[in-house]
Design a protein around this ligand. Structure first.
Ligand code: PLP
Length: 442
């Protein structure tokens, strides 16, 4: 069985994370509970940062906080010297509540509202990653009205799309995000922004995919963007100080996944950028990256309690847990695969095949198919590994299930960072039927 980060099996045969027995966490906070190994988060953050330092390249490593957004994780990111990528007013508000240094906040999104842009100006954030022509108009208008400067990057689609072990180069990229590099939109966006009195144009951003296990696609993207930067220097004598190559660094969900170390991705990017800078006598730009999943994905584990079981003879045996697609939509949404274990029976052979199902009213609410577990019984604890990214942040109250508690664990200590939702929380936005409506609908 593969254990992640600081995970161990303790003398009771229980899974421990950050030196804390998960059965203690389950007793104290209830289940489902999401447990983050903060040491692993820090290790990854430092690996990305240090590799840039070792290569002598100025960089910003921005935590792509869509992967898991909460005040405490933003504060942890801050402590590690990370920057922060937010994609909505809500994520920005969370960053503000966390006291995150505004100058290290980068604001993404393909449909930022006027209010969100004004909010970003009010908070004097570090950079807007501009996505489309409406946003260009709004930013220029708001900056001029407020007589306030804003740093901007433009998001571009460089014609490369990467997933796991493959990448494809595409001519015209069909994406809802950003400006196309090939059809001239990127030049148009550059021209609309780089000379503006209140715009400080920093350069380009791209994000080429997710769960990427190879480096060629990043190298290709870096090359394509550097070529464009060199052209802009030739044509407009303009030098871009920043190149943002996005996130997408893969993690190990199951044994089929073989991610690279953070250092490898960074080294290869740095190599291409440095080589091209040298060849074209272009000042080496600052490189920004935006890891999300690779910071929080395998650092997070969800602990559920086993409930009912059901055997479908000659087909499968189900064990149902006390959460499901409401706290982890990824298996139902895109057939994501996970590994699992019986967290209170770690030393027993995990040699029986189970389907771990959730408790939501959907046949498709299955968390792990073909999970190998012991002969689990009601009340056993089931750990699903690698659930730290795009799970809680995508969680819903489907079937009015309260969202789980989230806990950080490190060096034998633990801390609740998001409390479990209560039934009261579930109805706090509801309003009772009004008298008038009663008459109409009765
Ligand atoms: N940056 C951008 C613009 C993204 O859209 C995403 C994810 O969708 C990320 C960074 C983070 O990607 P990952 O979590 O795969 O590292």
């Amino acid at each position: 069985m593969h254990l992640y980060g600081t995970q161990t099996v303790n003398e009771k045969g229980h899974l421990a994370i950050g030196g804390v027995d998960v059965s203690e966490l389950a007793s104290q906070y209830g289940t489902p509970v999401m447990v983050y190994d903060t040491e692993l988060f820090k290790k990854r953050a430092n690996a990305f940062k240090k590799t840039f330092e070792d290569k002598g390249i100025k960089a910003q490593v921005a935590y792509a906080s869509k992967a898991f957004s909460s005040i405490a994780i933003y504060q942890l990111a801050e402590q590690q010297g990370l920057s922060l990528d937010v994609v909505s007013g809500g994520e920005l508000y969370t960053a503000v509540a966390a006291g995150f240094p505004r100058e290290r906040i980068h604001f993404h999104g393909n449909n930022k509202s006027r209010e969100e842009i004004i909010y970003a100006f009010e908070e004097k954030i570090g950079c807007m990653v501009v996505d489309n022509f409406l946003e260009i108009m709004l930013i220029k208008e708001i900056a001029t009205e407020r007589k306030q400067k804003m740093n901007v990057l433009i998001r571009v689609t460089p014609g490369v799309e990467a997933h796991t072990h493959d990448y494809i180069t595409t001519g015209q990229e069909d994406s809802k995000f950003g400006f196309d590099l090939k059809n001239g939109q990127t030049d148009q966006a550059f021209n609309a922004l780089h000379n503006h009195e209140y715009i400080n144009f920093l350069g380009m951003h791209c994000h080429i995919g997710s769960q990427i296990f190879e480096t060629d696609a990043f190298r290709f993207a870096a090359e394509v963007l550097m070529e464009k930067m060199v052209k802009w220097r030739e044509t407009y004598q303009f030098i871009c100080p920043v190149l943002n190559l996005g996130g997408g660094f893969g993690i190990r969900y199951t044994e089929e996944d073989q991610p690279l170390e953070p250092a490898v991705y960074v080294e290869e990017m740095a190599e291409v950028v440095k080589a091209m800078s040298e060849e074209c006598e272009y000042p080496v730009p600052e490189i920004w990256i935006e890891p999300g999943r690779s910071l929080v994905g395998d650092a997070g584990t969800t602990i559920y309690s086993a409930g009912s079981t059901k055997e479908v003879p000659n087909v499968r045996t189900y064990v149902a847990v006390d959460g499901g697609m409401s706290d982890n939509i990824r298996p139902a949404l895109y057939d994501a695969h996970y590994s699992s274990a019986a967290a209170n029976r770690m030393n027993e052979p995990h040699d029986q095949q189970w389907t771990i199902a959730g408790k939501c009213c959907e046949s498709g609410d299955k968390l792990v198919e073909k999970a190998l577990l012991p002969n689990v019984e009601t009340g056993d604890l089931i750990a699903i590994f690698c659930t730290g990214a795009y799970t809680y942040s995508m969680a819903s109250n489907y079937n009015r299930l309260p969202r789980p508690a989230v806990v950080f664990a490190e060096k034998g200590q633990h801390q609740l960072v998001v409390r479990r939702e209560t039934f009261e929380d579930l109805i706090k936005l509801d309003l009772p039927l009004q008298q008038l409506a009663k008459e109409i609908y009765e």
